[in-house]
Each structure stands twice: as C-alpha cells, then as structure tokens.
Design a protein around this ligand. Sequence first.
Ligand code: 6PG
Length: 231
Amino acid sequence: MIALTVAGDDEAAARTSATRISAAIDDARAERGVAHVALAGGRTPARTYTLLTRIHSDWRDVHLWLGDERCVRSDDPDANAKLIVDTLLAAVHPPPTFHPMRGADEDPTAAAIAYEQELREAVDGDPPRLDVALLGLGEDGHTASLFPNDAVLDEQQRLVVAVQGTKAPFARITMTLPMLLAARQIVVLAEGPGKAWAIHEMMAGPSRHVPASLLADGEVELIVDLSGAPA
Ligand code: 6PG
C-alpha cells in the first residue's frame, strides 16, 4: 500500500522524511533496543540527512545501511556512501554504525554476497527486517538500483545483488524487492517536476516498467513536494 504525502516545497518534504526516520529510530530502539535504517543515494536526500542530524541526537544502537551503491571509489562524488558520510556521519557524535557496500574495492557480485551476509548476521528476521528504508525515485520510475524491466525485479531469494543499471554509474549493488519489502516502513522521497511522471505511475498500480510501483506490497509512504504531486 502506498500512502501519498504532499509537502508544500522541497524543504518541507525533506523535513517530513527526516521526521519519519527519526521517529522510526526512536520506536525501534524503544521496542527492540536497536534500529536498522537503510538510506538512499542520489541528490534528493542530502537535505533530509542534514535536517536529520539537527532533529535526532541519540544515535546509539543505530545501524545505517545502504539501499544501493554505485561501484565507484568511496571518495567518488557519485558514491552513495560519500553522501551519507559527508551529510550525516560527519555531523553527529558519536556516529551510528555505518555499513557501506564494497562494490569498488572488490568484485561487485562478491561484495553483494558479503553485504547480504552482513545483513543476515546483524538484522533479525528472515528476510532481515529493516525498521525503515528511505528510497529515492528516478525519473524513469527506478528505486534503489532496481531499473525498469530488469530481471532483478523477479529475484525472490537473494537480498542483495550486483546489477548493471541504466543510469550512470552503471555498475551497482542493490537491495532486492524481497529485502526492501520486508522493511517495517518504506519512505520514498521524490521532489521536483521532473519526477511527476514517475510519481503518477508509482501511484497508478504495480508495473515492471515502474519498479518503485512494486513497493506497493510493502508499507510505503511516498513523500513529494507540490511541484511533483499528481494533479
Ligand atoms: C542511486 C539511488 C537512486 C536514486 C534515484 C533518484 O544510487 O542512484 O539510490 O535510486 O535515489 O536515482 O536520484 P536523485 O535523488 O539524484 O534524483
């Protein structure tokens, strides 16, 4: 089920998503003593992470994971891990436990297998149940590195795989739908008129042409700003 939240502008959308993540962390720590959070890359969530460091102060027993990663050096501006380090980890003390994907340091397939093992060892549940996953939305309807009509959309066993995306950098590692749909809460953040088509299609029903629409089997809140909101 996908619930749509329309914020007045991109700053309000960022603040709303930051508030959701903070609340999910508090709930998870109160109920289970630990919080497991998957974060998105790309450009959109940078403001969310900055605001999150200002509204959330207690990062003890919090584990940050990546929904996907580009197979580039960790200091590459395109690296999702670099976004998390620069906007979040550098701003909170003591920082949460961060689990980067190692797609640049080793073979992507081996790195994906290792990341799945790390998740299975650290996170309860089978599949492991994240407390919240923040995801982005591509203009073509992709989310994480699950791209339109890709065979990875049919993956039912593996939780993390190496893929060749259609958005550069092409070599990537991504959580699969079984891993993402097991999350207690999914927040998809999409801003700007360029995402309007993908937002509309995501709300129109599940389709392999719009991978983000396949999240409808999970507990999803799609947070958009007015410029991208469906008419
Ligand atoms: C990635 C992201 C991807 C991203 C969307 C939106 O590694 O590219 O995980 O799913 O969230 O492409 O990207 P923008 O926020 O830059 O529009």
